[in-house]
Every structure is written in structure tokens, then in C-alpha cells.
Write a protein that binds this ligand. Structure first.
Ligand code: FAD
Length: 421
């Protein structure tokens, strides 16, 4: 249980009464994670819950400094006095703190996630943005098969009640979104297997429980039939790991359960010259982005794989082209590695094959230098970036890309999809 102390008196916006600090050692890691990966959410909180104007938001640096039982403190400071607009000028020359209140007080960091998500949902709703959902969904497993050497496709379905309205059908599984991710409950299948296993051997029982109980995987594609929703999920297999073993153990007729879902941040790709960067875990997002591409300019795609045999996953994607009116169909293909389909592509793939797990700052340097080499021979002004990689690669790559491409924070979205340990 956290040690709860009373804070000293404070005098910044929204902090007109003392709040209760949570003294838990794990909070520092959570705060660092939010400051590294979720700055856009903090900006959303400031936009919705404080009087800071949109013009000012473009000129400030923000960071989460403290988590109290009753809410969070976000510190705001001017980015660079030279570039400030007149309205924003001198507003935050001194750093200033803004308190954002939780709906319900917390007593332990374990409860922070629920309150943080509630703030995000409220802020996104006010900003008209799609948001994270804490909904339980149950899918039936229909089939599973490899679509490239190390990529296992799960074919799932979800029955739709015959009396469901059009809106209810559309809301159940999104058919037109790239990077829509589900948090799969790995424990659900472990518990089902336990129930059917011989319960006399308790050590064997314990072995069935995965080392991690949840794992995010992206909806590769979904479509509606007359009776159900069909969904594809592609799982990268890299040795004997909880997510991969879970996916490989699934049999036709099993159910899988998801507990949370959230939309990917890709709105900035609607116009301008885009660069997409994927490793094996984000290839499904990039594939769907290409199929649903609405930007008149085709993107440049950097595809990093450990094994050359997995490159065909992206090579084979048919891009929806607003240039020639080719529309993506929603039919499933047995394998992504069908080179015939390449003839409709208008995007360029810059493949990088590393022959090792794709993690760490060195990979960021490699991606940046390969991009630099490509741009020297193919002059192209990149306006927008979306990518998702390992945590240390993403962290090292963001500043390299901002420098090389002279882009702002909002135009370079490089997400963390996994962590190397
Ligand atoms: C929003 C989102 C969407 C995602 N979508 C997909 C998706 O569609 N398909 C997909 O396959 N993954 C996807 N991921 C990534 C997936 O959730 C992680 O890779 C997850 O950690 C895999 O779990 P695991 O049990 O395989 O390995 P973990 O339990 O995370 O790790 C076990 C071991 O494997 C290593 N490891 C983990 N991931 C990799 C990797 N990619 N390459 C090499 N070594 C690794 C770790 O360092 C560790 O040593 C997504 C992640 C997020 C956040």
C-alpha cells in the first residue's frame, strides 16, 4: 500500500488546495513512460481541461511531474521564445504547473491506469477524436496459417445478432481503420486449457499459465458478412514467447477474448509526403494503412525484418490508389507473399534485413542512414512520418528523424509496439 502524505501549499493553476502525493517507487517509471510516449495525451488534457489556447499548445514543452491521489500535475514551459506567436509570448517564460483532477481519487499506482484512461476518454470525446475502449469482446477462432515465414495469421469471427442495427454492426469491429489494436487476454485460453487438462498434476497446471497475461495485436483487416464479422490478426512468431505460444496453440472452435481496444494515431497521414516505418510487429498496421490509403501521394515504406523471407509480407500489399481509382477489396488472400499483386502498387519499399532481433538504438542509426542514402539519390521532401518499433529504437529514432527531415513533434509519430528485455 502506498504511503500517503499531505503536500505543501501550492499556487499554480488548479492547485489552490493541497493534494495528496502518492509515495510509491514505481511511480517514477510510470511518469517517465508517460513523458516519453504520451506527450500528445498530456497536450490533449491541457487543451480540454485548462484555459491554455491551441496557439499556445504549439509553443510549449510539457511534462508530467507529479501524480497525486486526486489528479496529476503537468508542467508547462515555453519551447523557444524566438518562435513564439504574439499571443503565446512570455506566457510560460517561467515554468507553470497545471493540475488535472481525476474523476475518483486513487490510493495506489495500480489504480492510476483507470483514472488516466477516463481522463483520456473525456478529453478525446471533447476533441472529437476516436479513443481507447475498455470493452470485452469474444471472437471465435476459425483458422490459423502462416502468411510469411514467421507471421501467423489468426482468422477470427464474431457473430452478429440478427436484430443488430447498422450502427451496432459497424461499432462491433471496425472495418475501415488501420492499426486498430486489441488487448488479447492470454489467460482466458490458459484457463480454458487448465479446465480441460488432467487436474491431478498441479505443477503441469501452473505451467499452462503464460508469463504475461495480455498482449496487444492489431486488427489486420475486418469485414462483414450476412451473419458475422470476420477479422484477421497477424502474430509475429519469434521463438517460444507467451504471445507466440498462445497464438500457435489456438485451434479452430476456440474462443479468444479481448479486454481493451484503441485506435492508432494516423490522421496526420492524410496529406503530404508520408514515410512509414515498420518492423515485423507493425507490418500489419502498415499493410492496412496502404490498403486504406487516402492521401494522393503514395508513401515511402521502410520495412525492417530480421529474416529476408518476411519482406514479402509488405511487398505483396495492394495499395488503395486515389490516383487511378483502384479500390481495395476485402477478400482474404491465403498468403501475403503473392508477388502477382505487386503490379498495382504505387509505393516504394526500402527493405532492411538485419539478421537479428530488431531492437536498440543501433537500429535507429541504421534506419536513419538508409533513409539518408535513399533521399540523396531520390530527392523527396518527407512531410509526415508514422512508424512503430521496439522502445529503445523508437526513442533513438524520433530525434534523428526530426533533425534529418526538419519536422515538428506532431508530424513524427513513432510508436513503441514492444520492449526488448
Ligand atoms: C498497439 C500495438 C499493436 C501491436 N500489434 C501487433 C501485431 O499486429 N502483430 C504482432 O506480432 N505484434 C504486435 N504488437 C507487438 C506485440 O504486442 C509485442 O511484440 C509483444 O511483446 C509480443 O509478445 P511476446 O509474448 O511474443 O513477447 P514478450 O513477452 O514481449 O517478450 C518475450 C521475449 O521476446 C522478445 N521480443 C518481444 N517482441 C519481439 C520482437 N518483435 N522481435 C524480437 N524479439 C522480441 C523480448 O525481448 C523478450 O526477450 C503490437 C503492440 C502494440 C503496442
Amino acid at each position: 500500500m502506498a504511503n500517503i502524505l499531505l503536500s505543501s501549499e501550492r499556487n499554480s493553476y488548479g492547485t489552490d488546495r493541497p493534494y495528496t502525493p502518492l509515495n510509491a517507487p514505481e511511480l517514477q517509471d510510470i511518469i517517465s513512460h508517460i513523458n516519453e510516449e504520451h506527450i500528445d495525451e498530456l497536450l490533449g488534457f491541457l487543451q480540454v481541461f485548462t484555459p491554455i489556447s491551441t496557439a499556445e499548445l504549439n509553443n510549449i514543452e510539457v511534462q508530467l511531474t507529479t501524480v497525486y491521489a486526486e489528479g496529476i500535475d503537468i508542467q508547462v514551459q515555453s519551447k523557444n521564445v524566438e518562435y513564439q506567436s504574439i499571443t503565446a509570448k512570455n506566457q510560460f517564460d517561467q515554468s507553470q504547473s497545471f493540475f488535472i483532477a481525476f474523476a475518483d481519487s486513487i490510493t495506489h499506482p495500480d489504480e492510476l491506469q483507470v483514472q488516466y484512461i477516463a481522463l483520456k476518454q473525456k478529453a478525446d470525446k471533447k476533441l472529437g477524436k476516436k479513443t481507447i475502449k475498455l470493452t470485452k469482446q469474444v471472437f471465435d477462432v476459425q483458422d490459423s496459417y502462416r502468411v510469411s515465414k514467421n507471421m501467423l495469421r489468426l482468422q477470427l469471427s464474431m457473430p452478429i445478432p440478427s436484430n443488430a442495427s447498422k450502427v451496432e454492426r459497424a461499432a462491433s469491429v471496425p472495418t475501415n481503420e488501420a492499426g486498430y489494436a486489441y488487448l488479447f487476454d492470454l489467460d482466458h485460453n490458459a484457463l480454458t486449457q487448465e479446465a480441460t487438462a488432467d487436474t491431478t498434476d498441479s505443477s503441469e497446471e501452473n505451467n499452462l499459465r503464460p508469463a504475461r497475461s495480455h498482449c496487444y495485436y492489431t486488427l489486420r483487416k475486418a469485414w462483414q458478412t450476412s451473419t458475422d464479422m470476420q477479422a484477421l490478426v497477424d502474430v509475429f512468431l519469434h521463438g517460444d514467447t507467451p504471445g507466440g505460444s498462445w497464438a500457435q496453440s489456438l485451434q479452430s472452435g476456440d474462443t479468444v477474448v479481448t479486454k481493451r481496444e484503441f485506435p492508432e494515431k494516423t490522421e496526420h497521414l492524410r496529406d503530404g509526403q508520408a514515410l512509414l516505418i515498420a518492423d515485423e510487429t507493425s507490418m500489419p498496421t502498415v499493410a492496412r494503412l496502404l490498403e486504406l490509403w487516402k492521401n494522393p501521394k503514395p508513401p515511402l515504406v521502410i520495412c525492417v525484418t530480421q529474416d529476408i523471407a518476411d519482406q514479402c509480407y509488405v511487398d505483396a500489399i495492394k495499395m488503395r490508389s486515389s490516383l487511378d481509382g483502384i479500390d481495395n477489396d476485402n477478400s482474404d488472400t491465403d498468403s501475403e507473399c503473392n508477388t502477382e499483386s505487386r503490379k498495382d502498387n504505387h509505393f516504394t519499399v526500402l527493405p532492411i534485413v538485419t539478421n537479428q532481433a530488431n531492437s536498440g538504438a543501433e537500429l535507429a542509426t541504421l534506419i536513419d542512414s538508409q533513409l539518408g542514402g535513399y533521399l540523396t539519390h531520390n530527392p523527396l521532401q518527407i512531410d509526415k512520418v508514422w512508424g512503430a518499433l521496439e522502445a529503445n529504437t523508437a526513442k533513438a529514432l524520433r530525434p534523428l528523424l526530426k533533425d534529418r527531415l526538419a519536422l515538428s513533434r506532431t508530424d513524427v509519430v513513432v510508436k513503441v509496439y514492444w520492449r526488448h528485455d
